[in-house]
Design a protein around this ligand. Sequence first.
Ligand code: FAD
Length: 514
Amino acid sequence: SSTGSGCILWFRKGLRIHHNPALQFASQNGVSHLYPVFVIDPNYMKPDPNSFSPGSTHSGLNRIKFLLESLVDLDFNLKKLGSRLLILKGDPAQVLIRCLKEWNIRKLCFEFDTEPYYQALDIEVKNFALAEGIEVFSPVSHTLFNPKDIIEKNGGKPPLSYQSFIKLAGQPLPLLSTELSSLPPVGHLGTCDVFEIPSIRDLGYEDAKQGEFSPFKGGESEALKRLAECMKDKVWVANFEKPNGNPSAFLRPATTILSPYLKFGCLSSSYFYQQIQDVYKTMPKHTSPPVSLLGQLLWRDFFYTAAFGTPNFDRMKGNRICKQIPWKDDDKLLEAWREARTGFPWIDAIMVQLRKWGWIHHLARHSVACFLTRGDLFVHWEKGRDVFERLLIDSDWAINNGNWLWLSCSSFFYQYHRIYSPITFGKKYDRNGDYIRHFLPVLKDMPREYIYEPWTAPLSIQTKAKCIIGKDYPMPVVSHDSASKECRRKMREAYVLNKELNGLVSEDDLKNLR
Ligand code: FAD
């Protein structure tokens, strides 16, 4: 009715009940009807037969599945509070504007989002709402800090080092003090079509066999369970030290694997932060940023702030913080990397885990990102970024781009002479090559002395291991020694040219080049 006080809560990320300021606000101050909505854009979800892995044009199937599971869980948790999740379909702006009209809405709430996609979308929706006299509430709750504040404090530019970021950041945004005990009921739906949460089959995908999907299930309930499990081991939390984690641990991974839950906001980063602080209170001796667990969450905010304050953050051209490097356009090498056919078992095993699980350890990400770009293949970081963006269940615009800029020595980190060896790096953690044997079963009988370089095994050994190199498993696509040397040379050249572009080249630089 025209006297109603309907409110739409528009879920995008922030797929949770706990610490959700938009939801809190949406259910207060005389709201008679609350419409919690999630808009499925069919263009975003529909199968793309031309892609290199199952999924849509924008996302691999593992992440689509994770999202759908998160929606099911959100609906379940909303129902416990007397509400439910309304699924709408179509172009998000159009669908939302239609519902704003149809449901006689007075208030629109949604979490602030720094991604360019949402920035554009939100302006469209906001403009319509404001013109109609609808109140819009869009709080920052995906990150610990408001990136805008930090950029302002720094004179309009994002801080580009972790230390300067920490200095500027100050105290994180406060946690909400109250918990929700019930929500206003959903009002009449009028002529707006509301759907059930689709299954992947409804979206046009074939049901895969058991074990073909990521082992990580989406949703707030799963996130909170996982968080509680991690926090129980106080000694582990207090001693967490990122560079010491074992990237080859797969039976019990070395880190929390909370990233996909943070990505979709099934878990509040502020709540996670608070929980770590609580553990620290009882464990006075604990590690510190940047290596501590708390420090990991600060990395997340660091990249969000850099991404928000940097135009064209997701590309090399027109990105003022990105070195201009003449990367090779070599689709053959890119494909070998993507399809786990480089001939380096450490690299290929990681790429298989990425495809199957949608998650790999941070140092595994380092290994394959360095290998593709400045370490061995000299392929453009944007190409690798695209593959990660598709396959990761935690794929996150700010963090993924930020880390590819980092690993390719395009920004933030510039020690391009430090290259991860695709042969010896993994060996440090896993002498026997159990990780490789698990994800590349073709090599499971290769003796340990050859498992990281099977092409060096005598033919008799290859025969005995039932794995002939060049036939059952590929020969290496490059020789690491000469490829990495060549990469260093090209990086050195590019760095000098970049300085020249900026008028900073010295005589020494020029001498080094010759
Ligand atoms: P934990 O070590 O348990 O850390 C807890 C949380 O801290 C993580 O869930 C994450 O939110 C945050 N965090 C940890 N490391 C980083 C980091 N280096 N930068 C920013 N935040 C961090 N992380 C993503 O969430 N999405 C991505 O798309 C992504 N792409 C990456 C691409 C490359 C090339 C590299 C090198 C790293 C990327 N990372 C990405 C960062 C990091 O590898 C993952 O966040 C981490 O491995 C996730 O596992 P976890 O939750 O067990 O981490």
